[in-house]
Design a protein. Structure first.
Lengths: 72, 493
């Protein structure tokens, strides 16, 4: 269970950092646009994706337990 | 005092009265000790997110950032980004498990997870230290704002904020503060958004004066050379990871009904912060275009600089109100967190539940208030930055490892907290004595997070591995509880 959640969320975390670093490298001429404006919707989208995924995982997990219980 | 002070004074009185009135409304529904500490864990995501936004967006985050961006340019945009992204890290790593731990405060969490009174005591000391380090600039900033707005001596603003906070926190605790802070988020957003739009229209009408030389490093997102790179990464690390370790942020997560609500709250916070942080750079750019003075009061002075007469007065009143709301809400949140810890860990034997909380609130506010009045010369944004560095080097490793690694031992936690805490504090002390960074040593100590955070993680993991035998017996059980959704029936002891 713990493992499933860890694996479920870690890729997203690692996903997060290279993306932010990338924004910084590409952003030199567009620094203001990227750092002052676009970064915020992007953070929100990442957060939204994580919440959806986590809720789906938990839902599936609860369902799985239900099925196992019913079989007993 | 001249008539220039009238809008500021009106704003101050209105905000203070509105805060007290909403606090009193909350008082009518605050009855139990649980109401005082965590609003009986029943705050819905929408309201809770507004409250977190209200509490988190300190005046440093717009007065300070606008001034920093005006002075140093785009490299300072990393502060608001880090303060927002900190919530994404918090969301992914700690939000839901922390809520499921069932603890009231950070020391509670540490004790429940590691079963050690020693770790608990150390965490209590750290909560109070970080809280005070963060409260100090709030009070100083309030003094600065008031002296800019109505020409009052600098101690007046600090004392007014301190008094309102003690009354509100002491009378209604978390339940009433939740309403106050939610109100203050929307107030702050309005108070900055309307003037920003008006000023942008004026700027358009003035033929869009430029910011004067796009060269000269003002648009560079990094400082010069390898020191600049180091500084940026250190800021990024401190703000990304420090957010989860701020006592007033963490305590809010315990007010969610369940782990799922904790995640939704965090997501809403991301949206609210993202909208808000679009504004400080606008003020900074306008300040640059119109040649405003580069200090912490640029946001307050800009309306009068660009627009004379009644319009300028009204907008000045509005931004002053926003700034004051920010001082009040951030200080209230910190005071709650520090009071909670003082009441539970220091005053518990001597006073009963709610009385202990009230005495705690007085001490929590009194000490940094005295320090702010006695030592009034510390850059607001700098002190806040150091509070983040200390939080990132102590509570971040404790929370992350405590939630995701079964092998954490009490000895490992103590070593890591001490290593990170002392390392970052060395930076704090050094910066207080020595201002401008020149050599590498100054840069390293001035922005300690980039080395003190890995140091703390390393110490925690290393010592935990050495003392493997003392992994608490209930660790596995506790971990299951942290990560199991509430819909699954489970013995939550």
């Amino acid at each position: 269970m713990v493992l499933a959640l860890t694996v479920g969320s870690l890729p997203l975390l690692f996903h997060l950092f290279p993306d932010l670093a990338l924004v910084r490298l590409v952003g030199l001429p567009l620094a203001w646009l990227l750092l002052g404006l676009l970064v915020y919707p992007w953070l929100f989208v990442l957060g939204l994706r994580f919440v959806r995924r986590a809720e789906r995982n938990e839902h599936d997990f609860a369902l799985l337990l239900q099925v196992l219980e019913d079989e007993e | 005092m001249t008539t220039d002070g009238v809008p500021g004074l009106v704003a101050l009185v209105v905000i203070s009265l509105a805060t007290l009135a909403i606090g009193t409304y909350g008082l009518r529904v605050s009855r139990t000790t649980s109401d005082f500490y965590v609003a009986s864990r029943s705050v819905r995501p929408g309201l809770n997110a507004s409250a977190i936004g209200g509490e988190y967006l300190s005046a440093a985050s717009f007065l300070g950032v606008a001034a920093l961006v005006l002075t140093a340019g785009a490299q300072m945009l990393w502060y608001p980004i880090g303060w927002t992204a900190g919530y994404l890290v918090l969301l992914v790593l700690v939000a839901a498990p922390l809520r499921r731990s069932g603890a009231y405060t950070l020391p509670d969490f540490a004790e429940a997870r590691l079963g050690s009174r020693r770790v608990r005591a150390l965490c209590s000391v750290l909560v109070v230290a970080i809280g005070w380090l963060y409260l100090l600039p709030q009070f100083q900033g309030a003094g600065l704002t008031l002296s800019a707005a109505i020409d009052a001596p600098e101690w007046v603003g600090a004392v007014v904020v301190g008094a309102v906070v003690v009354v509100n926190v002491g009378s209604g605790g978390m339940r009433s503060i939740t309403f106050v802070q939610a109100f203050q988020y929307w107030l702050k957003l309005t108070a900055l958004l309307i003037p920003a739009v008006v000023l942008l229209v004026i700027w358009s009408g003035d033929g869009r004066p430029g910011t004067g030389g796009s060269g000269g490093g003002w648009s560079m997102p990094l400082g010069e050379g390898s020191q600049g790179l180091y500084t940026t990464y250190s800021i990024v690390l401190a703000t990304f990871l420090g957010t989860m370790g701020l006592p007033h942020v963490v305590v809010r997560f315990y007010t969610n009904p369940d782990g799922r609500a904790a995640r939704r709250t965090t997501l809403t916070v991301l949206a609210l912060l993202g909208v808000f942080y679009l504004l400080p750079p606008v003020y900074a750019a306008l300040g640059r275009a119109y040649g405003a003075d580069a200090d912490d009061t640029v946001v307050l002075e800009l309306p009068r600089l660009m627009l004379g007469g009644l319009g300028g007065d009204l907008l000045t009143g509005l931004v002053t109100a926003g700034a004051f709301a920010a001082f009040l809400s951030t200080s209230s949140g910190l005071a709650i967190a520090v009071s909670g810890v003082l009441a539970q860990d220091v005053l518990h034997g001597r006073y009963s539940g709610i009385t202990a909380f009230r005495v705690g609130a007085t001490v929590a506010v009194g000490v940094p208030l005295a320090a702010a009045v006695l030592a009034p010369d510390l850059s607001v944004a700098r002190a806040v930055g150091l509070a983040f560095a200390v939080a990132a080097s102590t509570f971040c490793p404790l929370l992350v490892l405590g939630i995701w690694w079964r092998g954490l031992t009490p000895a490992g936690a103590v070593t890591g907290l001490l290593a990170g805490g002392l390392g970052a504090s060395a930076g704090v002390v050094w910066t207080l004595y020595d201002g401008a960074p020149e050599s590498w040593r100054d840069v390293l100590l001035g922005q300690p997070a980039a080395w003190s955070v890995p140091l703390a993680f390393g110490a925690m993991v290393g010592v935990s591995l050495l003392t493997r035998a003392s992994v608490p017996g209930h660790a596995r059980r506790f971990m299951v509880r942290l990560h199991t959704p509430e819909v699954v029936p489970l013995d939550r002891g």
